[in-house]
Structure formats: structure tokens, C-alpha cells
Design a protein around this ligand. Structure first.
Ligand code: AMP
Length: 304
């Protein structure tokens, strides 16, 4: 039996401690897979593969239950939930990591239940060994499009494992600092070309408030960010960008260059809502009308 979720994500479900110039919050609901799945669920149902500890708040699980997010692979283990602590200073484009407590992530062995056969898979920011474990369990070519994300923590600590993952994915969605670190080149065009030689032919480089670059084989596209006067908390912008992007691709079933451009616009719009509050709060009140209005504004801004 084929399962009803064409899109699957593996990543972290976390409790975060976040400090921005607007305030400090402890035990905020976060994690790469949380933001990703919530954002992609505006487009298509998504199967979430992750682990939490016994301390994971019941009300956070309920937030995921609000949306068409499959929780059959959300494992609960003895121990503490993954915890990340970060701080943003005047430059809201990059967080400074203060602490990364892997906790239950250290013993996580994701096992996909029979019948779960995604056509689209996103390996969100998590240990590359876990990305590989999930990738090894999906069937190709039924799973037609695999994309991944990563961050400096894994580039610094598990580069060899990460490179094995990169060799097997169609797309990477990564931020500018991480692209430079991974490719060991400060020029983003050269960095993207080098990353293409590692595997993914589609390289999406996020540049925070400066927008996004798309390298699609030989083709290229750039988009500004949807600019806001107040960015309250940038955490999760990248993951919700990727969630909307993949959600749009899975919904349309079209991974052409033209479709990818549209997907990137959707990603930029959803991410612009995420940063308006701490955690998932703004996405929880988001309605289709809000998304469509912002898409219309964005179209006007970008046309010339
Ligand atoms: P971003 O979209 O890049 O702002 O991602 C923010 C989320 O990434 C936070 O909610 C964190 O819980 C999560 N995170 C931070 N560090 C790591 C890590 N090393 N591996 C996986 N997820 C992480």
C-alpha cells in the first residue's frame, strides 16, 4: 500500500532558547523539521521523521496536530529533547550558537514503517548519518526528488558523512555562510559551482534579508527577500523557506527550472511570516488570504 504523504522530512524537533534584540525566550518550540513540516503543510500533507524526549511538551505536539502532518514517525525516547540555544545581535542574518545539546538525537535510529513511500524527501538539518539512514530506506526511482540542508555544526564535525549524502541528492538548500564553508570559497558563484561537483545539480543559497540565489544546472535565478520593517526572530526562516519550496514542488509535481522559481517565491513569502514572531506563532495564525496578498505584493515589487 502506498502511503498518503507524498512528501517526507527528517530533521530535528527541538526546544530552543532564543535571544534577539527584542527579547529572550526559553523552551520555544523549534527544530528544522518542525518549521519545515509546518510550512510545507500549507501546500501538501507531510510525513515527519524525528525524535523527541519524554520532556517534549504536549502542547507542542498539539501544534503539529493542527496541520496535515503525519506523526507516525515522531519517536518518543527516554531522555531530553534536542536543545539549541542561539543569539542574534544587530545582524539578524546569522545566529550565534551558544549551545547544541543533541540529547535523544544521539540514539535515534529512524525506521520507516512499511508502505511509507515518499516521492519527495527533504533531509533537513540534522546529523548526516541520520540523513543517510533515511535516504537508504526510500525507494528510488519512486522517490524522484531528494533535497538536503545542513549547517556549520555538521560541516565542521561530520564532513565526510555529509559528502556521502551530497553525492546522492538532487538539491541542496543552504545559507551563504555555510555554502562558503562547505566549498571553501568566498565567492558564492564559485562556491555553488563547487557544490554542484559534489552532487546536487540544484543549489539554492539563502542570504537572509538579502534574498536567495538559485543555481539550476547551468541556469541561474535570483530573488530579493520580502522585506519587513521588523524582523522579530529569524529562527526557522531557512527551514520554513525550504518547507514551502518543497511543498510547492511536491504539490505541482514539477521540478523544472520554471517551477523552481515559483517554489522559491513561495518559500520567501512563507519565511517572511515566520520571522514576525518567536517560534511557529505567526505561521499558526496564517491564512491563505494572507499568503496570497503577500504574493501579489511581492510580484509587484519584483517586476520591471
Ligand atoms: P534556521 O531555519 O536555520 O533558523 O534553523 C533553526 C532551527 O534549527 C532551530 O529551531 C534549531 O532547533 C535547529 N538547529 C540548530 N542547530 C541544529 C543542528 N546542529 N542540527 C539540527 N538542527 C539544528
Amino acid at each position: 500500500m502506498t502511503y498518503r504523504f507524498p512528501l517526507m522530512v527528517v530533521g530535528t524537533v527541538a526546544v530552543d532558547s532564543v535571544e534577539t534584540p527584542f527579547g529572550q525566550q526559553d523552551r520555544v518550540f523549534g527544530g528544522s523539521a518542525s518549521y519545515f513540516s509546518y510550512a510545507s503543510s500549507f501546500f501538501i500533507p507531510v510525513d515527519l521523521v524525528a525524535v523527541v524526549g519524554r520532556d517534549f511538551p504536549r502542547q507542542y505536539r498539539k501544534i503539529l496536530e493542527e496541520r496535515p502532518i503525519g506523526l507516525e514517525h515522531l519517536t518518543v525516547k527516554d531522555g531530553k529533547t534536542f536543545h539549541w540555544s542561539g543569539k542574534y545581535e544587530a545582524d539578524m542574518n546569522a545566529a550565534r550558537t551558544l549551545a547544541t545539546d543533541l540529547n535523544v538525537l544521539l540514539e535515534f535510529e529512524p525506521t520507516l514503517k512499511p508502505g511509507h513511500e515518499p516521492e519527495y524527501l527533504f533531509l533537513a538539518n540534522i546529523d548526516p548519518d541520520l540523513q543517510m539512514e533515511v535516504l537508504n530506506q526510500v525507494k528510488r526511482p519512486k522517490c524522484r526528488f531528494v533535497a538536503c540542508d545542513t549547517m556549520n555544526y555538521w560541516i565542521d564535525n561530520k564532513l565526510a558523512e555529509l559528502k556521502k549524502v551530497l553525492a546522492r541528492v538532487e538539491m541542496i538548500v543552504i545559507n551563504d555562510g555555510e555554502a562558503r564553508l562547505l566549498a571553501r570559497d568566498v565567492n558564492l558563484v564559485k562556491a555553488a559551482r563547487k557544490i554542484q561537483t559534489m552532487g546536487p545539480q540544484v543549489v539554492v543559497i539563502k542570504k537572509g534579508e538579502h534574498g536567495v540565489l538559485l543555481f539550476y544546472g547551468e541556469k541561474f535565478f535570483a530573488l530579493p527577500a520580502y522585506l519587513l520593517e521588523e524582523v522579530f526572530d529569524p529562527t526557522g526562516a531557512g527551514d520554513s523557506f525550504a518547507g514551502a519550496l518543497m511543498g510547492y514542488l511536491a504539490k505541482t509535481g514539477d521540478v523544472s527550472f520554471e517551477s523552481m522559481k515559483q517554489a522559491i517565491v513561495q518559500g520567501a513569502v512563507i519565511a517572511s511570516f515566520t520571522v514576525e514572531s518567536f517560534g511557529l506563532e505567526r505561521l499558526r495564525t496564517l491564512r491563505d488570504g494572507d499568503i496570497n496578498k503577500r504574493l501579489d505584493d511581492f510580484r509587484k515589487i519584483c517586476r520591471f
